[in-house]
Design a protein around this ligand. Structure first.
Ligand code: NAD
Length: 420
């Protein structure tokens, strides 16, 4: 396949060299004379293990050359990859001017009478909405009524510098954002020999993926370092604690606790989190990430409440399914459902709660105290299954997944644990 790669930095140079290594004919495009000269002399303009060798071999075989002006070549290319930089601006947003400029250049090089399909694949990291709101309008403006001749695809890059070549041939995943999640024939062909899960999505999900990944990596590192500081200050072996932590692939290093849905709560998480904050404060470990978690959780509870009451008339009848912290339990200590119930009452909604595991007369000790100090009218709020299945509610908030097994008469049912 004949391919143009715009931007010969860490991403674009790796892309260009690896594609040429696979036998494709690659034209590297950059605005830097120095980079172009370096590539054409068979060397890498960036330091990346193995890249010099790949570039030297590809240039010798005439499968790779670099240029500032791709105009004479673009119409014989099947694909153009855009790998230009998106550096930070002073306000923290990405500087999208390189992406815009490269798009404008590509669009103005296209001969609308060209034969065969043409795909422009964006690999630069860019905020959700960029393809629809910045890139497509550029192609529409330049190509007038012919913009649909160009297939625009967003394909985030996950390579890590220093092992970029190995990551190119063995990526953790392939994410392809396309219009209406349509398959991209060119990328399917290019990726045919790469063994990685492929996800086809709309542009925006693909665009967000890279932010989510990088943010999570940052969360992991910051978390590990905060725990490391606590260990260090307490004279505990961070290495041993780490080994034990990562050995747990059931609850710790796993998809568990990572699905967007309900807030956290219960008798352990908030209590122990507060206690770790206290320990960290005592020893001056400055655990900013850990310190932010309870506030983040409160913000999420408010978000869930606001999601529930969207379009709900004042005083509407609301039924909550589940009150205790977990199904099958009557432990109400710091149950997020208690907070949600309180928010409904404070906002004067007509609330009923169904939780067959909660029997007010059987509550004891701290559990009893927590339940009644937060919901003094608990007895009045609890309803039986007969009421649930015979009366009309404007909104049913399902915190348990019970709705499917009940005969409900509801205007709307919200599953609070499954945000879409
Ligand atoms: N570096 C990484 O490890 C990595 C990994 C994944 C994704 N990304 C993302 O990929 C993108 C590129 O990153 P990078 O580190 O390779 O950037 P880079 O700054 O190393 O390279 C960008 C290149 O684009 C060139 N360029 C700018 N405008 C151009 C134009 N109009 N035409 C042709 N070339 C042009 C620049 O001269 C430069 O050589 C960024 O959005 C980055 O966030 C980077």
């Amino acid at each position: 396949m004949k391919i143009a790669v715009f931007g010969l930095g860490y991403v674009g140079m790796t892309e260009a060299a690896c594609l040429a290594h696979q036998g494709h004919e690659v034209i590297g495009v950059d605005i830097s004379d120095e980079k172009i000269a370096t590539v054409n002399s068979g060397r890498s303009p960036i330091a990346e293990p193995g890249l010099d060798e790949l570039i030297e071999a590809a240039v010798k075989k005439r499968l790779l050359f670099a240029t500032k002006d791709a105009t004479p070549h673009i119409n014989s290319c099947r694909v153009a990859f855009v790998c230009v930089g998106t550096p930070s601006t002073p306000d923290g947003s990405h500087n999208m001017s390189y992406v815009a400029e490269a798009s404008r250049q590509i669009a103005s090089m296209i001969d609308t009478g060209r034969e065969g399909p043409f795909t422009v694949v964006y690999r630069s990291t860019m905020r959700p909405g960029t393809t629809d709101e910045l890139i497509r309008p550029i192609f529409e403006q330049v190509l007038k009524g012919h913009a649909d001749q160009v297939e625009l695809v967003y394909n985030p890059e996950f390579l890590r510098e220093s092992v970029a070549i190995a990551d190119f041939f063995d990526p953790p995943k392939i994410v392809i954002g396309a219009r209406q999640a349509k398959r991209c024939e060119a990328l399917d062909t290019l990726n045919a020999n790469i063994k990685a899960p492929v996800f086809y999505t709309n542009y925006r999900e693909a665009e967000l993926t890279k932010f989510v990944d990088n943010t999570f990596h940052a969360v992991k590192i910051a978390f590990a370092n905060e725990i490391g500081r606590v260990c260090s200050e307490l004279g505990i072996s961070a290495r041993t604690v780490h080994r034990i932590f990562v050995s747990d692939t059931k609850l710790n290093i796993s998809p568990y606790y990572l699905r967007p849905g309900g807030a956290f709560g219960g008798s352990c998480l908030p209590k122990d989190l507060r206690a770790l904050q206290h320990i960290a404060g005592d020893i001056g470990a400055h655990t900013y990430l850990v310190d932010s978690l309870l506030r983040s959780n409160e913000a999420h509870k408010q978000f869930l409440f606001e999601t529930c009451i969207r379009d709900l008339a004042p005083g509407a009848r609301v039924l909550m399914l589940g009150l205790a912290f977990k199904a099958g339990s009557d432990d109400m200590r710091e149950s997020p459902n208690i907070d949600l119930a309180r928010k409904f009452l404070q906002a004067s909604f007509d609330l009923s709660i169904y939780d067959p595991y909660v029997e007010p007369s059987k509550l004891l000790g701290q559990n009893l105290g927590y339940a009644f100090s937060n919901l003094p009218t608990l007895r009045k709020l609890l309803v039986f299954k007969t009421t649930v299945e015979s009366e009309q509610f404007d909104l049913v908030v399902d915190t348990r997944g019970w709705a499917k097994d009940l005969v409900l008469h509801a205007g709307r049912v919200i599953d609070i644990n499954a945000l879409n």
